[in-house]
Design a protein around this ligand. Structure first.
Ligand code: FAD
Length: 470
């Protein structure tokens, strides 16, 4: 029998239950559909290009051609399955709203033709609908959710990548280059290419390097953006180049001298699961605040300030460093994501959805669930939100988490010669210190676009106005 294996958030050959199931029942045709409903951002399209190139190569080495098609998924999958005489379509289970919609349409089309549509657990530890609390309801906060996950989850045993996939009669495919997923005018991807190796092999290398070098100290290092103490697995996990089960298994099996590193890392993987769970139960998580009173927030429309934030020209060093890291590498350290997001939403009072959209376009790990859940969390309108009066002070955050200024120096080189004590607040530095470091505020580096104390007061007043006070 022939079946179609439809790749989506699972661009890998190992630990791929959809692929394994297809092969078990006979020969398969692997296919990927570029569906305009996906609305991927620029950095995601860059990643997707390279990840598909890698997957196509890995398929070819095993005798199969990865079929690329562009357009409406339902029409394409149903038509392909019909013309190939396929008995079934295998895919990973979807949790993103656009893909769930697509899947409903595909299921309908396939049912008309009597072709089975099998979806396998693949991207997540559980499906969003599978975890319920003791009373059968939905968890609203992370900690009990996480406890339930740890209790119920065991990673499935490894499924090796098939040695041979075998090919059936030539199936027409688009050429990847014709899709023009890469940026051209201008080509902003040099920093991304230097930082990342998209694809399954790159994902496994990244995991091994992290487990060997950084797992032990992960709990201590994970908040320090100047060190590379985190896994940087997020884009690989987002595109499913490595299975969550494989990451979990390898982490549990890794040798470590300190249990805290391992436990903290596994808990981060559960944050990813929690975000997907929130999205499952709140399909418009990326636009609608979970706490309804936030709809009345007196947001500001401040295009100049927004642009300064986007370009890393706010005059607040840790914020600018983060926004430039994002622009240059397609990724930002988690601590700095929180600082930059908080600055936009609180100090500038610009809607979190605007920041979410910018991250969506720039992040190689852009993920509807994690991005929206995190922005809502920072804005204070999401699950488990910080108390309303907790507004990150970016200077104190910088001093605490980038004490030697290594992170700021790397991404804001015009401040590199400032001493550690003033690098996070150059406006407080004596003139001779600035001069000695070659810094002229307002010329070589911007003055702060907002006074931090008054920005904070304005945010508190706004939050009070919508009734989010104690
Ligand atoms: P590690 O520290 O090595 O963690 C391992 C894995 O756990 C990550 O790869 C990721 O899959 C998961 N993880 C860790 N922290 C979180 C978290 N807070 N929420 C969800 N999953 C987590 N993550 C995304 O994958 N995509 C996004 O679009 C995204 N947008 C964000 C926006 C904001 C405003 C904030 C504050 C956070 C966002 N995150 C997002 C979460 C987090 O910042 C990244 O997952 C993390 O920085 C990725 O780096 P890493 O792989 O080195 O993480």
């Amino acid at each position: 029998a022939i079946s179609l294996v439809w790749f989506r958030n699972d661009l890998r050959l190992a630990d791929n239950p959809a692929l394994a199931a297809g092969l078990e029942s006979g020969s398969i045709v692997p296919v990927f559909v570029l569906d305009p409903a996906a609305k991927w951002g620029g950095a995601s399209l860059w990643w997707l290009h390279h990840s598909l190139a890698s997957l196509a190569k890995d398929c070819a080495a095993r005798g199969a051609k990865l079929v690329l098609r562009r357009g409406d998924s339902a029409a394409i999958i149903a038509e392909l399955a019909r013309t190939l005489g396929a008995e079934a379509v295998h895919a990973g289970r979807a949790h993103e709203p656009w893909l769930r919609r697509v899947d409903r349409a595909v299921a309908e089309e396939l049912a008309k033709r009597d072709i089975a549509f099998h979806r396998h657990r693949s991207a997540l530890m559980f499906g969003g609908e599978q975890i319920v609390n003791k009373t059968g309801g939905v968890y609203g906060v992370y900690t009990p959710f996480s406890r339930a996950c740890f209790e119920a989850f065991s990673a499935r045993p490894a499924i090796a990548a098939p040695q041979r996939i075998g090919s059936i009669a030539d199936v027409a495919s688009d050429a990847l280059d014709d899709w023009q997923l890469l940026p051209t005018r201008p080509d902003w991807s040099a920093g991304l290419a230097e930082t990342w190796t998209p694809g399954e092999a790159g994902a496994h290398e990244r995991l091994t390097a992290f487990l060997d070098a950084d797992l032990d100290e992960y709990d201590r290092q994970r908040n320090l953006p100047g060190r590379s103490g985190t896994s940087m697995l997020s884009p690989h996990l987002h595109w499913g180049e490595i299975a969550i089960d494989a990451v979990w298994r390898a982490t549990e099996a890794a040798r470590t001298t300190r249990a805290e590193g391992r436990t903290t890392f596994l808990k981060e993987l559960v944050w990813r699961e929690f975000a997907a769970y929130l999205l499952w139960h709140n399909q418009d998580l990326d636009t609608v605040p979970m706490k309804a009173q936030f709809a009345a927030m007196p947001w500001r429309d401040a295009p100049g300030e927004l642009r300064a934030w986007q370009r890393g020209r706010t005059g607040i060093p840790i914020v600018d460093a983060g926004m430039r890291q994002l622009w240059q590498t397609g990724w930002m350290h988690n601590r700095v994501r929180m600082i930059t997001a908080s600055f936009l939403v609180k100090h500038l009072l610009i809607p979190w959805q605007t920041g979410e959209a910018w991250f969506w376009d720039c992040l190689v790990d852009a993920d509807v669930a994690s991005n929206a859940a995190s922005w809502q969390w920072v804005a204070g309108c999401g699950a488990d939100a910080a108390p309303y009066f907790r507004i990150f002070n970016p200077v104190l955050q910088g001093l605490k988490f980038d004490p030697d200024g290594a992170y700021v120096r790397r991404f804001v080189p015009e401040l590199a010669n400032l001493p550690d004590e003033v690098i996070h607040a150059p406006w407080d530095a004596p003139q001779h210190v600035l001069r000695g470091a070659g810094v002229i505020l307002g010329r070589t580096y911007p003055e702060p676009i907002v006074d931090l104390a008054s920005g904070r007061d304005r945010a508190l007043a706004a939050l009070k106005e919508i009734g989010n006070s104690p």
